[in-house]
Each structure stands twice: as C-alpha cells, then as structure tokens.
Design a protein around this ligand. Structure first.
Ligand code: SF4
Length: 349
C-alpha cells in the first residue's frame, strides 16, 4: 500500500510523482503537542469508544449557531435598527440552533455518564437553558454591529488555495511498494486546510473573526491570542485566498461561558494584527512542523510528550490508558476500547 493510499485524508499524488500534504491548525497543533496523539487520532483515525469532549462538541455547535446568525446578517435580514422587527427571524434562528443542540444530544454532558469535567462545563453554561440564553444575549450584543460581513464559510485545503511551501525529502517513500522510485517523491508540497467562518471589514481593516470560549472573563483574555497559531493561520489563509484584501488583521470574539453576575458583557472582541514578516515567520514555522510530520507519516516512531499525559486541556489524555500499558497489550486495548472514526475534515467543520 502506498502512503497516499494509507493516508488519503492527508496526502495526494501529483502526475509528476511529487506529493501534496494537507493539514489544518488542529492537526498541526496536535502534532506539536504530542506526536503520538497525532498518530493515533489523525493517522490511525482512532478514538476511544464513546469518548465525547465538551470543548470540541460545544465549539462546533457554537460555530454552527454563529454561522447561521451571520448568514442572516449578510443577507440584510437583520438590518433594522429596531430589535423588535428582527424578533421573528431571531426566534427561528435560535429554534434551529436548539434543534441542533438536541440532535447532537448536548444535554448528555450534564449526565452522570459524562463525568465530572464535562458536568462542570455544562453546569457553568447552565445546560440547555444557558445555551439558549447565550444565543439571545449574542443577538442583543450584536444589534449595534458595526462591521461589514465580507464572506462566510471560506473553505481552503484540497483546492491548494493556501500553500505553505514544499519540503524536500531525500529517498522518501514507502518501502513496502514494489519497484519503489524514491526520487519521484522527493518534493512534498504542503498546504494549509481549514475554514474561516467569517471575514469582516471594519473601516480600513479586513480580516477573519474567530470565536473563542473561556469559562469566565478575568480581564486578561485579550492577551490570550496575541501569540496564537490559529488566528495567525486564518489571517495568512485569507491573505492567500483573497489577496486583493491584503489581509493583515483578524478578530477574536471572546465568549464567557459563565454569564457574568455583575451585569458585565459576556462577549468581547480583540483585534489581532500581523505584519508581512510575521506571516512569513508563520509559514516557515508551520512548514517545519510539516517536515517533522512527514517524517512520522513515512514511518519514524512518533515522540511522546509525557509532560502533558495527565493534563491536556485540563483533563487526562484519552490515550493515557493505552500508553501506561505494556506495548504487547496495545493490540488488545485498541480492539476493545477504540473505534475507527471518520478522518478529520477541516474543510467541512
Ligand atoms: S498519553 Fe501522553 S504520550 Fe500518550 S498520546 Fe497522550 S500525551 Fe501523548
């Protein structure tokens, strides 16, 4: 089996025999966090049976809700300055969002089965009622919205819209392939994948907006994403997809999961600005990560980052049970406790 057959969600082959690698911010940051975690989740496409993660699922639900909202905004349907005039539309919007909440069975996170960590997150939000309240508060917060929506759902990836560069790999290929011609595969073209939910314009500034939730505001959330590959990647991507915009800015929309009791707002925006040099540095850093990632795809043993095994995003790594066991038990543990999942597809999330 060739590597493109083995990892079709990551690699494709060009007519000249060179390869293309497609990776998004989530994959690259997972690889940087722990190569072994990346190998399990994005090479083998395995996940622990029944495992559900609040931060991932709530984030996807919220992105979907806001995407619906901004589509309405872009259509001009929310243009009235009178909130009352938009109430029927917003009611339909919130009902659709809550139907999605139910379809995804988000109430499960409040159940005893979901465990303490998920329970705490769900409790902080206030469960289903809290989710609905958050949506409605967002609509009120945005009624004086002064940014123009330029685009929604800007996907990039397999169309090779956002090149990071290429990596030359000597004698790189798949030893299992008969008549393997390594020299054909010396060049691997690397592309960033993803989807920007929103591109906005505010005065002279144009850029993507990324939603980030936090348990509560501590007054310093504006510092949290000044150095962050996620938003920098979106700015880099929009600059490539829409070069006429000369994108050097982006916004983080901070959302407090806890509703502030003191009446303060639970939404804030931080402007992030990057220079051309910073975007070039981003490209080079991520190309370097691609180079290491290709090495692992090609058969090198992935490194373990044991400093985060018991604390990844405030929880134990889901693969802790696997990696604390003797190697000879892996096959048995994977057969019993893991399931195949669909490959991560950043363009459709
Ligand atoms: S248990 Fe540790 S080494 Fe294993 S995948 Fe998780 S973080 Fe990496």
């Amino acid at each position: 089996m060739t590597l493109t057959e083995k990892y079709p969600h990551l690699l494709s082959e060009n007519p000249d025999g060179s390869l293309n690698l497609f990776v998004d911010h989530h994959m690259l940051s997972t690889f940087r966090l722990c190569e072994a975690k990346f190998a399990i989740e994005h090479m083998q496409n395995l996940r622990v049976k029944g495992l559900r993660a609040w931060s991932l699922e709530f984030g996807i639900w919220l992105h979907s809700a806001f995407e619906r909202y901004y589509k309405l905004q872009q259509s001009g349907a929310l243009a009235s300055s009178q909130l009352e005039a938009t109430v029927p539309l917003l009611t339909t919007w919130s009902q659709e969002c809550m139907a999605e909440w139910d379809a995804k069975n988000m109430d499960w996170f409040a159940s005893s089965e979901a465990g303490t960590y998920n329970n705490k997150k769900s409790y902080t939000l206030g469960g289903r009622e809290g989710a609905l309240a958050l949506l409605l508060e967002y609509a009120v917060f945005n009624k004086d919205f002064n940014k123009t929506v330029i685009a929604t759902e800007v996907g990039f990836g397999r169309g090779k819209e956002v090149p990071l560069g290429f990596v030359s790999v000597e004698h790189w290929g798949c030893p299992e392939v008969e008549n393997y011609k390594g020299s054909f595969w010396n060049q691997v073209h690397c592309y960033l994948s993803g989807r920007a939910d929103l591109v906005l314009q505010n005065g002279a500034k144009v850029g993507p907006l990324d939603f980030k939730t936090t348990a509560y505001f501590d007054g310093k959330e504006h510092e949290d994403f000044e150095v962050h590959e996620g938003i920098t990647g979106y700015i880099y991507a929009i600059d490539k997809v829409r070069p006429e915009l000369k994108c050097r800015n982006g916004w983080i929309e901070h959302i407090s999961i806890a509703s502030p009791k003191d009446g303060n707002k639970r939404f804030k925006q931080t402007l992030i600005t990057k220079t051309e040099e910073q975007l070039e540095d981003y490209r080079q850093r991520n190309l370097r990560t691609c180079s290491k990632l290709l090495d692992v795809l090609n058969g090198s043993t992935p490194d373990w980052n044991t400093s985060v095994c018991t604390n990844i995003y405030h929880a134990k790594c889901p693969h802790h049970i696997l990696h604390r066991s003797p190697t000879r038990d892996y096959v048995h543990i994977i057969a019993n406790s893991y399931e195949k999942r669909e490959a991560w597809n950043p363009e459709t999330l």
